[in-house]
Design a protein around this ligand. Structure first.
Ligand code: P1T
Length: 381
């Protein structure tokens, strides 16, 4: 029982990578602000040389989240996009990438706009159908990028099936686990090669830190990522690492409340006359429900719905809630509401990933459920 490898999720969340400080006994990981570390002779040191390359607070964070993902190694970045950029940076001109038909707008923008114009080829495919992926793979395909559940359509894809399909063609499967978090889903255990996070969201959990994370098992990949992390230098500050270490400790507890509140809100929205459809993997009628039940512990805190009144009704609803704050981002203790087509997913307008302007996205927080329901009831009347 006392072997950290066998600890349950909540025990790992509190303790993995976060051992008391060896010199002082401090129970929390110190914020190591030093940019450089003394050497007794060139190359002889305590494991740290320069803070961009490695920093003790960052190492604690990297061990912590890697342990939650069941990964051999973790790499922290200054934002989710910086983490994604490190992954696209592994590609060479002429390489091909497959993207889902539904992804965070920034991911699409990075691959299609930044790298697409510099020799990386890409295509989009409905990843909820593994046969469609098989048809889209080419000899030059190196990476398949997957979100599950997706942002903002909450589409679920079968990680194990897509991993098999991608591997058969020699491509790596990258899973953005931001929506599910390692508490609800562990993509590496399901066959994915790489897990990426916007740790700005549930991992941090309090809307006060921007960060990104990559977790892998393959040693060679880990080496390449450590090289890019140091060479490109998009690393998080020690204070950001500390905030994330603090946030991660309560991840499991917060996720359970997010899931409880989301389930109650889904029930309410599903019976509401102003709502034409509710997108949530926990609904028995959701096309990905069976796969989600198989690969996720619970169904998450993100809910999207389409309003009967279309764009006008969506703008009115997101502008009139009071407990749900109108804002981009997600995954924190406070509930947020937004219209993806004009906000988080504006960069996919006029692309195959364009979002219905009548769709609204809710990041359900941990507030009292009665207040959240009353707020939505008033906004949707
Ligand atoms: O914002 P940043 O930490 O750089 O992470 C980018 C990112 C990556 N992947 C997913 C699934 C995301 O949702 C995000 C960021 N998303 C929002 C800001 C949003 O409101 O959807």
């Amino acid at each position: 029982m006392n072997n950290p490898e066998s600890w349950g999720f909540e025990t790992r969340a509190v303790h993995a990578g976060q051992e008391p400080d060896e010199t002082t006994g401090a129970i929390t990981v110190p914020i190591h602000l030093a940019t450089t570390f003394v050497q007794s002779a060139p190359g002889e040191h305590h494991g740290f040389e320069y803070s961009r390359t490695s920093n003790p607070t960052r190492v604690a964070l990297e061990r912590s989240i890697a342990a939650l993902e069941g990964a051999a190694s973790g790499h922290a970045f200054a934002s989710g996009m910086a983490a994604e950029n490190a992954l696209v940076g592994l590609l060479h001109p002429g390489d091909h990438v497959v993207l889902g038909l539904d992804a965070y707008g920034g991911t699409f923008r990075l691959i299609a706009r930044v790298y697409g114009e510099r020799g990386i080829d890409w295509s989009t495919v409905d990843l909820s159908d593994p046969a469609a992926l098989a048809a889209a793979l080419r000899p030059e395909t190196r990476q398949v990028w997957v979100e599950t559940p997706t942002n903002p359509m909450l589409t679920v894809v079968d990680i194990a099936a897509l991993a098999d399909t991608a591997h058969a063609a020699g491509a790596a499967l990258i899973v953005d686990n931001t929506f599910a978090t390692p508490y609800l889903q562990n993509p590496l255990a399901l066959g994915a090669d790489i897990v990426v996070h916007s740790s700005t969201k549930y991992l941090g959990g309090h809307s006060d830190v921007v960060g990104g994370f990559v977790a892998v098992n393959d040693e060679n990949l880990a080496e390449q990522l450590a090289f890019v992390q140091n060479a490109a230098g998009a690393v998080p500050s020690p204070f950001d690492c500390y905030l994330l270490l603090r946030g991660v400790k309560t991840l499991g507890v917060r996720m359970d409340r997010h899931c409880d509140n989301a389930a109650a809100i889904v029930d309410f929205l599903a019976g509401h006359p102003a709502v034409s459809s509710v997108l949530y993997p926990g609904l028995a009628g959701h096309p990905g429900h069976a796969v989600a039940a198989m690969q996720m512990r619970r169904f998450g805190g993100m809910v999207s719905c389409v309003l009967r009144g279309g764009e006008q009704a969506a703008v009115a609803a997101v502008s009139s809630t009071r407990v749900f704050r109108l804002a981009e981002s997600l995954g924190a203790v406070e509930s947020l509401i937004e219209q993806p087509s004009t906000m988080t997913h504006l960069s996919v307008a006029d692309s195959p990933l364009a979002v219905d302007p009548g769709l609204i996205r809710l990041s359900v927080g941990i507030e009292s459920i009665d207040d959240l329901l009353a707020d939505l009831d008033e906004a949707l009347h």
